[in-house]
Design a binder for this molecule. Sequence first.
Ligand code: GLA
Length: 360
Amino acid sequence: MSSVARAPGRVNLIGDHTDYTGGLVFPMAIDRDTTIVFEQSPKNSPGEPARSASTRADAVSLTSENFEGTVQFDLPVTDAAAVRPTWGRYVAGVAAAMTERSLPVRGFHGRVATEVPIGGGLSSSAALEVAAALAFGIDTDVATLAAVCRRAEHLATSVPCGIMDQLTSAAGVKDHALLIDCHTLDVTPVRIPESLAVWVVEISSRTLDGSEYPARVAQCAAAEREIGPLRLAGLESADRIADRTIRSRARHVVSENERVRDFAAALVAGDAREAGRLMYASHRSLSRDFETSTKQMDEAVDGLSRVPGVHGVRMTGGGFGGCVVVLAEDDAPIGTAVSAGTLVMRVRAADGASLATPLS
Ligand code: GLA
């Protein structure tokens, strides 16, 4: 009998490029999953002839419904980034990150499938990592699960991502967005009013691997060397930074943390107009001060802002392409407002990752 590990993608409503300085984010897990159907590899009995990689207890063998090829590696993993096909790096990264923390890693063989658009900025890699961790038998609190999966991403790709994506995939709550303090890792679910719809529109497919993402992380670290933790800073200290670029990056982070707080309060108060206003302000800040938007994304935000019933639009996630997120009235005609062939989907806030075993 097979087990099933399931982990959702995420969309961030507001609060981008704040997580890796311990700031505030406001994402939700979405009703699009990555699923691994697997069987735990049986233990070798003493004296038994060596098994093949697809059935050994200390090995992993995984195929994908979305990609060609079989990922196979032995445990413990020595070089996760070298595993091929490339999607297997994320799986191997999880095993390596668990081993680093001395967590037991159980081999498995199985098949992965995903409904999360790949390379669209909806955290397909985080969903794969979290599902893989469950298949490896991780048994920790969600914060540790997310930290292991974040480390896996670092080992797999060297992109120095924050913890938002993995924590959202692990800790999602149906019908709620999550106000996450990335310093304390406190997660506060905030209900999304039923009258509102969240849509995602893909502008371009991309990967953060090879993007300017690491440069932004380094620029924020430079700002912190000058004025201390950005999560505690105000705009007046950001404005004291001498270098123009570093100052702009700091201004984005400091103002974005404030917008996340205000956005959560606006949702609780049922003030969709104010929530939308904050989304536009966030987009402008990411576009001008943080420079992670693209011309296409700016145009999409502009175009979608004119659709009746739309409250707010902004780029979401790491940027340099990817998706924009739209907050709109339930009946706003977003699906028909985009040009033919564009990936557009209404998403609903979903529960975080889960494992179903034959006995559960
Ligand atoms: C990517 C990273 C996250 C976060 C966002 C930007 O999705 O994986 O950790 O930094 O970009 O908010």
